[in-house]
Write a protein that binds this ligand. Structure first.
Ligand SMILES: CC(C)(COP(=O)(O)OP(=O)(O)OC[C@H]1O[C@@H](n2cnc3c(N)ncnc32)[C@H](O)[C@@H]1OP(=O)(O)O)[C@@H](O)C(=O)NCCC(=O)NCCS
Length: 200
């Protein structure tokens, strides 16, 4: 519901103030007001790949992002006005939310966007009644590890030779965060059908 609301709000509301500040006074401290989060669209992928290339030595290709959409991973982006500045992808299966990728345009680091994207991914996990969130991260990635630890993730293991590296392969640290899985909602029609069956 939240995703749909954000999408509709962005599509149908024009905020002249927001555009003015973004174009003519970007240095004014209104950064957070200019950010919005929404599900990824196919036409975002080119911008996302451009960011991805700045972030990683072994970036995902355009094809990999397209496959994520095809497979049904839940993919989010953060816009600053009309520019994609970050993205996050989560795979949901068997009550587990696996964070597959998260990245923020280096020009917009340290403005709360990474945390905002993680919050969206966690909300998505919650809406899908996941009981745990999992992710892998390079042990050398202090910034990302700090963000995950601040969110309550903790280390549960290592995956040997998980990532490609410049000198051979690099291990991954596995982090997890327990989530309070929601009980599935009861189907009201079935319940009342059962009740009337008993009454007859
Ligand atoms: C990790 C990443 C997504 C964080 O994005 P960001 O928008 O800069 O992060 P935020 O501003 O929301 O900060 C979130 C937290 O990250 C940590 N953090 C961010 N930048 C940091 C820095 N330079 N030094 C230490 N901690 C830092 C802090 O814990 C911060 O919380 P705080 O602001 O309350 O202290 C971003 O650095 C990135 O794109 N990195 C490259 C891709 C990557 O490594 N992805 C993760 C793969 S597992």
């Amino acid at each position: 519901m939240r995703a749909l609301y954000d999408l509709l709000k962005k599509e149908f509301t024009y905020d002249a103030n927001r555009d003015f500040y973004a174009k003519f006074n970007p240095s004014l401290d209104r950064g957070m007001d200019l950010l919005s989060y929404r599900p990824m669209r196919s036409r975002d992928i080119k911008s996302i790949v451009a960011i991805e290339k700045q972030l990683y030595n072994f970036p995902w290709s355009e094809g990999t992002f397209k496959d994520c959409q095809k497979i049904g991973y839940l993919c989010w982006v953060c816009d600053r006005v009309d520019q994609v500045v970050g993205y996050g992808i989560v795979s949901i299966a068997a009550g587990e939310a696996h964070i597959m990728n998260i990245g923020v345009d280096p020009s917009f680091h340290r403005q709360g966007i990474g945390r905002g994207l993680m919050d969206r991914l966690m909300e998505t996990a919650d809406e899908n009644r996941c009981h745990v969130a999992l992710l892998e991260v390079r042990p050398s990635n202090d910034v990302a590890i700090q963000m995950y630890l601040n969110m309550g993730f903790s280390e549960i293991g290592m995956r040997k030779d998980y990532y490609p590296g410049k000198k051979g392969r690099e291990d991954a640290v596995v982090l997890s965060l327990p989530l309070a899985a929601k009980e599935p909602e009861k189907e009201p029609e079935k319940e009342s059908a059962e009740k009337s069956a008993k009454e007859t």
